[in-house]
Write a new protein. Structure first.
Length: 202
C-alpha cells in the first residue's frame, strides 16, 4: 500500500498578499526612479543647457538678489521662449562676466538690442545685453532653505550625507524588498504544502 500526495491547484492571492506585492513593487520602482532622477539631475547641474522636461534647478551663486534670493538659494527655471520675457521677471542667462556660467537677475528693460538686467542688491545694472542665445529661462519657483544647507554640504560630512546616504538608502530599500518577497513566497509554499491531501492506492 502506497501513499501519494494529491496535487492541489495553487490558491489565488488573498487581498493581503496582493496588497503586499503591490506595495513592494511600488517601493522598488520608487527606489530605482530615485536613483535615476538623482543621476539625471546631477548631470543637469553640471551642464548649463541641459533641462529635464523643460525645467532645470539652479543654485544662486551670490547675494546680488538678496534679500529675497539669498546666496545658495535653489531656483527652478523653466525653458521658455525669449520673446515671452517681461519686465520685472527673474531670468537665468549665460553671464559673460562669469565665463558663461548662469546668473539670475531681474529684467529692468527690454530693447531691440536685447534685455537689460540688474541684481536687486546691486547698485548698477548689468552691462551685458541678454539675447536669445544667452537666455536660459525664467524662474517659476525658488526656496531659501538651501541657503543654510549648501554650506554644510560643502564639508566632508555634508558630502557623505549628500552622496553616500542616498545610495545606502536605495540599497537598503532594495534589500528589504527582496527579503520581504522571499518571506511571502515561503509562506505561500508552506500553505500550499499544508493544503495538500493524500490518497491511498492498493
Amino acid at each position: 500500500m502506497r501513499f501519494f500526495k494529491k496535487q492541489t491547484t495553487p490558491k489565488s492571492e488573498n487581498p493581503w498578499q496582493k496588497a503586499t506585492r503591490i506595495v513592494l513593487n511600488v517601493l522598488l520602482v520608487l527606489a530605482i526612479g530615485l536613483a535615476i532622477l538623482a543621476a539625471v539631475y546631477a548631470k543637469s547641474f553640471k551642464q548649463v543647457d541641459t533641462f529635464v522636461f523643460g525645467y532645470k534647478p539652479f543654485v544662486v551663486s551670490s547675494d546680488s538678489m538678496a534679500p529675497k534670493y539669498r546666496k545658495y538659494s535653489l531656483v527652478l527655471v523653466k525653458k521658455d521662449a525669449f520673446k515671452t520675457v517681461e519686465v520685472d521677471e527673474l531670468i537665468a542667462f549665460k553671464a559673460q562676466a562669469l565665463g558663461g556660467q548662469p546668473a539670475f537677475h531681474r529684467v529692468r528693460q527690454i530693447t531691440d538690442a536685447g534685455i537689460l538686467t540688474k541684481g536687486d542688491a546691486n547698485k548698477q545694472a548689468d552691462t551685458q545685453l541678454i539675447n536669445a542665445d544667452s537666455y536660459l529661462g525664467s524662474e517659476v519657483w525658488h526656496t531659501n532653505l538651501t541657503a543654510d544647507l549648501v554650506p554644510v554640504l560643502k564639508t566632508p560630512r555634508g558630502i557623505f550625507f549628500l552622496v553616500v546616504s542616498p545610495l545606502v538608502l536605495v540599497f537598503l530599500i532594495a534589500m528589504a524588498i527582496k527579503i520581504l518577497k522571499v518571506n511571502v513566497r515561503k509562506k505561500d509554499t508552506v500553505k500550499s504544502q499544508k493544503g495538500g491531501s493524500y490518497e491511498i492506492q492498493t
